[in-house]
Write a protein that binds this ligand. Structure first.
Ligand code: GCO
Length: 504
């Protein structure tokens, strides 16, 4: 999804890169497997568990290569981990409503209990420290602070996040707050949610309250988590809360979320002294299936939708109508002065990358006439994650370069990157070698972009522990820590131990 002007070149090179990349990955996998087999044969018991995977195949880089000020951390989201969905005065969010309708979640599960972080946070935050990470990125559930979205503040909700922040600080970690990670109050959805222009005011009010409450203690703030994901998947594809499939609602919601992004940033800047203000974007390298013009055009449309839609208005370029003319429906919602208001000089942007998207021209779905080529149909990708996503390390390099090239972009943090694999606990251990390999390969590409001059200042793993993966339920496990959802027992995976060793 990308590749308009700056990245046109990348689009063409990316046609060839999968092959080169795959070759490298295969070699690495074989080597790793061979060493692993040898280690097992030679008495793996002699290798202390903590160093187990790390010794199998050291990466070609060290922590020091990323520089002394580079920040390492983990990211989570309130709805995915907290549970306690009706406790201490919390109001109902759109995800409470959505996940409690069985048909909406693949596994029929809901997020009512999730990881029970609400009660287990002291130990859970300690695990971040145990992995030698520095940053705890988490989000605030709007409905704990304002059960009805606006109006009366729930003091117990305010207190809860003070406890999270204090625990984080007491362990010597930095709290990084995401103001909105998808859990809009249901009371506001009942008034139209993001499709209602008043959402900008509702959001400003919420951000005003939380920045005044926590701004003395917390300096790093992110306004939104992946606006494209919660607007696109929530209002157009109907697969996430609030579950709409409507262009009309999508156009309105897009503009209001884009406005809220900049207005929310202004509130943070006004209320928090010395704030580091950012916002996060989902992004994927886009590859057309072949270089036939029809596939290239299809890829450009996907790029406009998936990558460009929220960053470009934020940097003063307006909406990417040149990529997909159908987006002009958004303009109906633009009032005088809005284009100016959409702009904000962020201190940093957060890049969230998992996979790449290969695109073909297609008669389905109509309107966009573009569809994704399923990774299974690609030529021999080295791994497909439990999300059905292709492992494509070079993609993170491409999106870092692409986003760094926008005007006015200063610092970049990789605020999410990770993978879901089917992990099992065996004798109290989780040997998630695929995930370790994933991090080694993606980090190598992050470092490559950094060496090429992209101002990357940190990397946060998605995610601390296995959790409620939205419409997918609890099946895809993304954590560095395994969670048994029956007993809530936590087991640090080898990948968590790998980070502990790597960051020592
Ligand atoms: C996102 C969200 C996370 C997801 C993760 C894996 O990026 O979609 O921030 O909440 O769980 O990305 O899908």
């Amino acid at each position: 999804m990308s590749y308009s002007y700056v990245s046109c070149l990348l689009l063409f090179t990316s046609l060839f890169s999968p092959y080169l990349n795959r070759l490298n990955a295969t070699t690495a996998m074989n080597r790793r497997d061979m060493i692993k087999m040898a280690a097992l044969g030679a008495g793996a018991m002699l290798i202390p568990n903590e160093a187990y995977s790390y010794f199998l195949d050291k990466p070609a880089f060290t922590k020091a290569d990323f520089g002394p000020n580079f920040k390492w951390g983990v990211a989570t989201a309130a709805y995915q981990i907290e549970g306690a969905y009706q406790e201490d005065g919390k109001g109902v969010s759109i995800w409470d409503t959505f996940s409690n309708k069985k048909k909406n979640i693949k596994t029929g599960e809901n997020g009512n209990v999730a990881c029970d972080f609400y009660h287990r946070y002291p130990e859970d935050i300690a695990m971040i420290k145990a992995m030698n990470m520095q940053v705890n990125r988490f989000s605030i559930a709007w409905t704990r602070i304002l059960p009805n979205g606006t109006g009366e503040v729930n003091q117990k909700g305010i207190d809860f996040y003070h406890k999270i922040i204090d625990r984080t600080l007491e362990l010597g970690l930095e709290p990084w707050i995401t103001c909105y990670h998808w859990d809009l109050p249901q009371a506001l959805q009942d008034k139209g949610g993001w499709a209602n222009r008043e959402s900008v005011e509702w959001f400003n009010n919420f951000v005003d309250i939380i920045t005044k409450a926590y701004g003395d203690k917390v300096k790093n703030w992110m306004v939104l988590n992946e606006p494209m994901a919660f607007i696109g998947v929530g209002y157009l594809l109907g697969m996430h809360a609030p579950g709409y499939m409507s262009f009309k609602k999508f156009y309105a919601a897009t503009h209001h979320a884009a406005l809220a992004q900049a207005e929310g940033a202004r509130v943070i800047r006004a209320n928090v002294k010395d704030a580091n203000v950012g916002t996060t974007f989902s992004c994927s390298a886009i590859t057309p299936k072949t270089n036939a013009p029809k596939h290239i055009k299809a890829a450009a449309k996907m790029d406009a939708l998936l990558n460009r839609l929220f960053i470009e208005p934020a940097v003063g370029m307006g909406y990417p109508l040149d990529g997909w003319s159908k987006l002009k429906g958004i303009l109906k919602h633009v009032k005088e002065g809005d284009m100016e208001k959409l702009k904000f000089q962020y201190d940093f942007i957060g890049i969230q990358n998992y996979t790449r998207v290969m695109v073909k021209h297609s008669l389905w779905p109509p309107i966009i006439w573009a569809n994704q080529v399923k990774p299974k149909k690609l030529v021999g990708p080295e791994d497909i994650t439990d999300m059905g996503w292709e492992v494509y390390p070079e993609g993170i390099h491409q999106v870092l370069k692409k986003f760094a090239a926008y005007p006015g972009i200063d610092k970049i943090y990789v605020t999410e990157n990770g993978a879901a694999f089917p992990d099992t606990v065996e004798a109290g251990q989780v040997h998630d070698t695929k995930r370790i390999q994933f991090f080694k390969d993606y980090l190598a590409q992050v470092l490559r972009a950094k060496k090429e001059g992209v101002n990357i200042q940190g990397y946060f793993v998605w995610t601390l522990m296995d959790n409620f993966e939205w419409a997918e339920g609890y099946m895809p496990r993304f954590g560095l820590v395994h969670v048994d959802f029956e007993t809530q027992k936590r087991t640090m995976k080898d990948s968590g131990l790998w980070f502990k060793e790597f960051l020592k």
